[in-house]
Write a protein that binds this ligand. Sequence first.
Ligand code: NAD
Length: 294
Amino acid sequence: MSRIAFIGLGHMGGPMALNLLKAGHDLAVFDLVPAAIKTLVDAGATEADSAQTAVENAEVVVSMLPASKHVEGLYLGETGLLKYVSNNTLVLECSTIAPESARKVAQAAHECNVRMIDAPVSGGTGGAVAGTLTFIVGGDADDLEAARPYLEKMGKNIFHAGAAGAGQVAKICNNMLLGILMAGTSEALALGVKNGLDPKVLSDIIAKSSGRNWATELYNPWPGVMEHAPASKGYAGGFGVDLMLKDLGLAAEAALTTRASVPLGELARNLYSMHSAQGNGAQDFSSILNLFKK
Ligand code: NAD
C-alpha cells in the first residue's frame, strides 16, 4: 500500500479520496475548506495543515482542483509542491484545466524529475462515489502504467489520449458536447411540458428513442424524474454551472487557437453564461433547464 497525498476534496475529490482510502492506501489530505477534510479524517485519513505538509514522504500525489489558476498555484513557484515532493514522485493531476496549463506544469515537473500525468475525469459525482469514473490521460505511457493501479481504484475506464495536455483536450471536447446536450435536452423537455406532456413520460420516451443521451439516461434535468439526479435535490451538489462555463471557455480558447468552428459550443457557453449571471453559478449545470422553463 502506498502513501498518497490528496489535495482538493470537493464534490469529486472527496469521494475519489475515499475510494483510495477504502483500497487500503495511507492518505494525507488537504483542502482549503476544513469541512471537506473532516469527512476524510473521520474515514481514517490523516489531516495535513497545508498542501506542502501533505506531500511529505508521499509516493503519489493526487490533485482535484477547480481550474488552471489553482493547479498552477499549487505546483509552481517558490512555495509550489514541485519544490517539496521527492524525486520520482508520481503526480496524478485530475482537474479539468487548459491543455496549455497542463503542459506547462508537466514540463516543470519533468525538470524536477517528478513524474506527472494529466488525468481529467468524466462520470460526475455519481461516478466518483461509485468508483466508476472514466480517466482521460495525457503524458508518458510508462507514467500511465505506474498510475494505473491507483486510477483503477477510482475509475473503470482509462484512456491514453496522447502526450502531456492531450487528456485535457479530449476532456474539453467531451464537456463541450455535454454542455450542448444538457441544454438541448432541457429545451426539448420544456417544449414537451409546455405542450401538455408529463416530463417523466416524455423522458422515458426519449430515453428509448433516437434522442436519448447521458442526461436522459443518468442525469435528467427535470426535478422529480430521477430520484438521485441533482435536479431532484434542488440542483445541489453535482457539477456546478460555473465549472461548466469554465470548460466551455476552455473549448472556445482551444477553437480560437486552432481556428476551429464551434458554433454550438459557443451558443452553449452563452446560455450558461446568462444562467450564471442570473445568480445560478453554484447550482448543478442541469439547472440550465430553468432558462427554458420560464
Ligand atoms: P469543487 O469546487 O467541489 O472542489 C474543488 C475543491 O478544491 C474545493 O473543496 C476547494 O476548497 C479546493 N481547493 C481549491 N484550491 C485549493 C488549494 N489551493 N488547495 C487545496 N484545496 C483547494 O469542484 P469539483 O466539482 O470537485 O470539481 C473539481 C474538478 O473536477 C474541476 O476541474 C471540474 O471541472 C472537474 N470535474 C467535475 C465534475 C463534477 O461532476 N463535479 C465532473 C468531472 C470533472
